[in-house]
Design a binder for this molecule. Structure first.
Ligand code: FDA
Length: 279
């Protein structure tokens, strides 16, 4: 793993990830663990990965750490078939329910949005420990949130990390931010325990202000951030008494996640280029 990847990824093993979780828990933050991997095309591999998630859920309980899990449906066989993906994730959600734990279904590129939400709706009909992710960059997100609210499904709101065409998504950062604020209000007004996933100071301030204006207490929502990004803001929010959850990715298949983190911020690319040039 390259030195810059280590900033964003807790390590390649479960032990390294748990060590990172213990440090974050010690700072008053909850965590969600992501076993890195996506776009699995073998039914058997997807099934084995589901077993790995069940193993992690058991290990979390045995280790006494505060962590739930996040997973991607293309890792669970969505490219193989909806049916096998449904069954793999159902097993994970069931195992998590037995441990009173929670499963968050990450959101991938827009060509998967409809199927992902349809499956989340289906799991949520049977289990109440599954949540969705909504991307503020997509035009469709407002009606999607209204439907998730109606079904009582918890939402993580993020801006969206995938490159999308203007036919489905806002292109300008300003428009994404405006939509983020609009959707944040829709979530806070709903009263379920929803999550605002962002490192953007403006989005965080507006969330705090709106919650204060509406008299929504700090224990009715949380902020989420990614491992290694804006650590001082993470600690600051926790010290203020806000719920803070850190997304802790680990595993051998780290490159696509790392690439998205690099692409998000040109300073990361410049930093990496300088380091490589220095040899
Ligand atoms: P923005 O990109 O405007 O960044 C605000 C500030 O944060 C920057 O100015 C910089 O200081 C810091 N920052 C942001 N990204 C950085 C980086 N890569 N390196 C260094 N500093 C950085 N997306 C998705 O499509 N599906 C998903 O399921 C998820 N899940 C998810 C979970 C959690 C907990 C978080 C926090 C984010 C996601 N995302 C995601 C990613 C999300 O969509 C988005 O790409 C990033 O969070 C960056 O957007 P910000 O809201 O931070 O704002």
């Amino acid at each position: 793993m390259t030195f810059l990847a280590r900033r964003f990824i807790a390590g390649e093993t479960k032990e390294e990830a748990f060590q990172a979780v213990r440090v974050l828990n010690g700072l008053g933050m909850r965590t969600t663990l992501d076993i890195l991997g996506e776009n699995v095309t073998s039914r058997e591999m997807a099934c084995n990965l589901a077993d790995s998630y069940i193993n992690i859920i058991d290990s979390i309980a045995e280790a006494g750490i505060t962590a739930n899990v996040s997973l991607k449906l293309t890792q669970m066989g969505l490219d193989v078939s909806d049916e096998s993906c449904y069954e793999n994730v159902r097993r994970i959600i069931k195992a998590a329910a037995a441990r009173r734990n929670f499963v968050r279904v990450d959101m991938e590129g827009s060509n998967y949005t409809e199927r992902t939400l349809r499956l989340v709706h289906k799991w949520a009909e049977k289990y109440d420990n599954v949540g969705a992710v909504i991307q503020a960059m997509l035009y469709r997100s407002e009606p999607d949130i209204i439907e998730l609210n109606r079904r009582g499904i918890r939402v993580r709101l993020c801006k969206g990390a995938y490159k999308e065409p203007p036919s489905v998504a806002f292109v300008k950062k300003d428009d994404v931010n405006k939509n983020y604020v609009k959707l944040m209000k829709l979530l806070l007004d709903n009263g379920l325990y929803h999550s605002m996933a962002t490192h953007d100071d403006a989005m965080i301030s507006m969330t705090k202000e709106y919650a204060a204006l509406k008299g929504i207490p700090k224990d009715r929502y949380e902020f989420q951030m990614l491992y290694g990004i804006n650590r001082s803001a993470q600690a600051h929010l926790a010290r203020e008494g806000h719920g803070v959850l850190i997304y802790v990715p680990f595993g051998k298949h780290w490159f696509p996640y790392y690439y998205r983190r690099l692409r998000e911020r040109k300073e990361n690319i410049i930093f990496l280029a300088r380091h490589l040039l220095r040899g």
